[in-house]
Ligand binder design. Structure first.
Ligand code: 6PG
Length: 490
């Protein structure tokens, strides 16, 4: 085995394997361990067959003890195993082998609650545990991911020295930043994934409306997405969907691959954590929740088939192309702004309440490249968040305000059209309802307050004076009226 290695990686599946190769190509010496050695051997063999600068920088080890022995101190070990019990299992075996000052980094999509717990457990042995979001899928891991580490600042400095060169490069610099104290790294990645769910669902809804509402053929839809991708809606997800919608079936004779793909969605749970955290922190994220719900509803195919037979007909296309397509584009942009406003509001709350101290503009910056939600749009988000004093909600930003005003008519027409045709737009319409709620100075929740006071004496505040009030509601409640035929219960 060569001299002390810079970094250890545990878990050499797609993400861990590609990060290992990425690190090696950037001149880091890496010791890799996988539960089953066959995967390690396959990685080494594949690297051996390739001629590139990183060749020879990877050492495969068969035991965790060998991994620990191979590393320079303080050791830096990146764990890339499935979020959940597997991380605890690795930590239980690894921590007793480590020394005080060593750093273990979890690069999976772990729950921030789990990270908080692991910080304490590892800390008891003097080991620093860092939660780090890693985004970009297989290609990102290989060619440059967006990296979102949190935890103690000293650990970040130590990691940044190694990882910065391996991260994606945006026009504003490498896509790595200090996300904040404690479990901030995993919280930031969770928000990324919630926004990812929303972005994907919004584009899917636009596709549905273009196809089933306007009757556009796949090639035309692909062209629309490509056109949007050349403008203010430019993003990685828009670009790949332009290709997806026109891809021919690679197994069949004719037709589109998309038509053969079952609509039951896979999910590893990373997006679902956002509504859970949002409820815990008391922040509404209805666009993201709608995207999560859409996946849950998609996973009920039998029920949907039965109800489709019962409540058909399927939507009839109502062609009326140009203006309607433009309106859908406006709805997509406005809904996207709402999703980001919600995600960043939740992150701002966590930065405050959970004491992360996250720099929100920096988060927008490191999402500009490498990650799944990368887009031009993130420049505007960053600019808005960096303005001093920054808006405490993206909808308060003047530039986003102008965009929303410009898109509002098309957004409403799109939701109206879809509703008339019986095509659900869960994320786009949840965003509109969100906007129409947060822009109202007075909401009908005064009725809810009155109801609560009437039946529970919960009290309420008045608009015209200070203090807390409760009324003796002497209304002749219909519930007290005697039922027809007499009240048998007295
Ligand atoms: C990323 C992605 C990735 C996530 C997949 C699948 O940033 O690279 O967010 O981490 O695992 O997108 O997520 P779901 O299975 O929850 O759709």
């Amino acid at each position: 085995m060569a001299g002390p290695h810079d970094v250890g990686i545990i878990g050499l599946a797609v993400m861990g394997g590609n990060l290992t190769r990425n690190f090696a190509r950037h001149g880091l010496t890496v010791a890799g361990y996988n539960r089953t050695y066959t995967r390690t051997a396959a990685l080494l063999a594949a690297e051996h067959d390739r001629a590139h600068p990183g060749r020879g920088c990877i050492t495969g080890v068969r035991r965790l003890e060998d991994l620990v022995a191979a590393l320079r101190r303080p050791r830096r070990i990146l764990v890339m195993v499935k979020a959940g019990a597997a991380v605890d299992d690795v930590l239980a075996r690894l921590t007793p082998l480590l020394s005080s000052g060593d750093i273990v980094i979890d690069g999976g999509n772990s729950s921030f609650h789990d990270t908080d717990r692991r910080v304490v457990t590892a800390g008891a042995s003097g080991v620093t545990f860092v939660g780090m979001g890693v985004s970009g899928g297989a290609a990102g891991a290989l060619y440059g991911p967006s990296l979102m580490p949190g935890g103690p600042k000293h650990a970040y400095r130590s990691l940044a020295r190694l990882f910065t060169r391996t991260a994606a490069m945006a026009d504003s610099g490498p896509c790595i930043t200090y996300c904040g104290r404690g479990s901030a790294g995993h919280f930031v990645k969770m928000i990324h994934n919630g926004i990812e769910y929303a972005d994907m669902q919004i584009i899917a809804e636009a596709q549905d409306l273009l196809r089933n509402g306007l009757g556009l053929p796949a090639s035309a839809i692909s062209d629309v997405f490509a056109e949007w991708n050349a403008g203010e809606l430019a993003s990685y997800l828009m670009a790949i969907t332009a290709d997806i919608v026109r891809a021919p079936d690679d197994l069949g004779e004719n037709g589109l691959l998309l038509d053969q793909i079952d609509d039951v969605t896979g999910r590893t749970g990373s997006g679902r954590m956002v509504p859970q955290a949002a409820l815990e922190l008391g922040i509404a994220v209805p666009t993201i929740t709608a995207a999560v719900d859409a996946r849950l509803l998609a996973s009920l195919p039998e029920l949907r088939q039965r109800l489709a037979r019962r409540f058909a007909p399927a939507p009839r296309p109502m062609p009326q192309r140009r203006a309607a397509v433009r309106a859908i584009g406006e709805a997509v942009l406005a809904a996207k702004i709402c999703a980001y406003a919600q995600g960043f509001q939740l992150l701002a709350e966590a930065a405050d309440v959970l004491d992360y101290g996250t720099d929100l503009a920096e988060v927008a910056r490191i999402w500009k490249a490498g990650c799944i939600i990368r887009s031009e749009f993130l420049d505007e988000v960053r600019t808005a968040l960096a303005r001093a004093p920054g808006p405490d909600h993206l909808l308060q930003d003047a530039a986003f305000g102008r965009t929303i005003r410009r898109c509002l008519g098309g957004w409403r027409r799109t939701v109206q059209r879809a509703t008339a045709q019986g095509i659900a737009l869960p994320a786009i319409s949840a965003s509109l309802a969100y906007f129409d709620t947060v822009r109202r100075a007075h909401l009908p929740t005064n009725v809810v307050q009155a109801q609560r006071d009437l039946f529970g004496a919960h009290g309420y505040q008045r608009r015209d004076r200070h203090g807390r009030f409760s009324s003796s509601w002497s209304v002749a409640s219909t519930t007290r009226r005697r039922p027809k035929g007499g009240d048998r219960h007295g």
